[in-house]
Design a protein around this ligand. Structure first.
Ligand SMILES: [Fe+2]
Ligand SMILES: [Fe+2]
Length: 287
């Protein structure tokens, strides 16, 4: 067995990589700190986790926006350039709903941008109209989940989005495949699961509508993907497929993260056993 200290172990992490951080009491706090210490030599590292414990998520601070991108839940579509929310609330239920409300409001921005980009790429008007309607759904989701967050002692975190240069159709298609066809599609299934099993009456009621809306948003993503394919070369389509497969692999990793019991009960959020069942049942969509 080779023994290494944390900084030696973290030397394997390079710019552009995705890093999965185990959650709950298994959060590797020493390694997370070593990752933050390595920030000066890194950029564009995606950190995936669900509910970590034992540190202040320093990598999510504004100063690390160009270094670390945080993916912590499968709830809706995130806009490109979204700055990770610094959410250090210790209660897992309050923290979860604060993150959900932040991501729902972020999805409003994502769909407004999506509509603009579709228009700029000359996409069919019908797709643009559906993206505008989806932004309106997300406004409602943000209001409803914010109310749940505040009732549970959480906070409102206004999304911050960095302005980025215009994207190519290929980059747009890759983003649609990962954020829409994988994340939002899985998010729709999670929403429907929560609507069935959450102990909280308001959560079941809100998530029933959210699950239906997110299913429509997922359908929109798949229809956009078909249109993008019609505009891309075969090589570009293969790149989109590869990105989608990678997003699926990341999703499976994220599904292994344990969920605090209080969160599984109140919000009905699926723990590893149910999340892996869901993801396995949907696998043929992505690979
Ligand atoms: Fe959505
Ligand atoms: Fe939503």
């Amino acid at each position: 067995m080779r023994v290494q200290n944390a900084s030696e172990a973290l030397s394997a992490v390079r710019s552009g990589m995705r890093v999965f951080v185990h959650g709950g009491v298994a959060t590797p706090t020493v390694l997370v700190q070593a990752l933050v210490d390595a920030a000066p030599r890194l950029n564009d590292v995606e950190i995936m986790h669900l509910h970590t414990e034992g540190h202040d998520a320093e990598y999510a601070k504004r100063e690390y926006a160009g270094t670390f991108k945080v993916s912590n839940s499968c709830i809706g579509r995130r806009p490109p350039g979204l700055v990770a929310a610094l959410n250090t609330i210790s209660d897992p239920v309050a923290r979860f709903w604060s993150t959900v409300a932040h991501l729902e409001q972020s999805a409003v921005i994502a769909f407004r941008l999506l509509a603009k980009e579709l228009e700029a790429f000359g996409a069919p008007a019908e797709l643009i109209e559906r993206a505008v309607a989806a932004a309106e759904d997300e406004v409602r989701h943000a209001i409803q989940t914010r109310a749940i967050a505040e009732r549970m002692g959480g906070v409102w975190i206004e999304p911050e989005v960095e302005e980025l240069e215009d994207r190519s159709l290929l980059d747009f298609a890759i983003d649609n495949a990962t954020e829409g066809c994988v994340r939002e599609t899985f998010g729709a299934a999670v929403g429907r699961f929560q609507a069935c099993v959450a102990e909280d009456d308001e959560v079941r009621r809100v998530m029933k509508q959210v699950g239906e809306d997110e299913t429509r948003h997922a359908e929109l993503s798949w229809d956009i993907a078909v249109w993008c394919d019609s505009q891309l070369t075969e090589e570009e389509q293969a790149q989109v497929q590869r990105a989608q497969r990678l997003a699926y692999v990341d999703l499976v990793s994220a599904c292994h993260a344990p969920i605090p019991v209080a969160l599984a009960r109140q919000a009905g959020y699926p723990g590893p056993q149910h999340a892996l069942r869901l993801v396995n049942g949907m696998k043929t969509l992505w690979v």
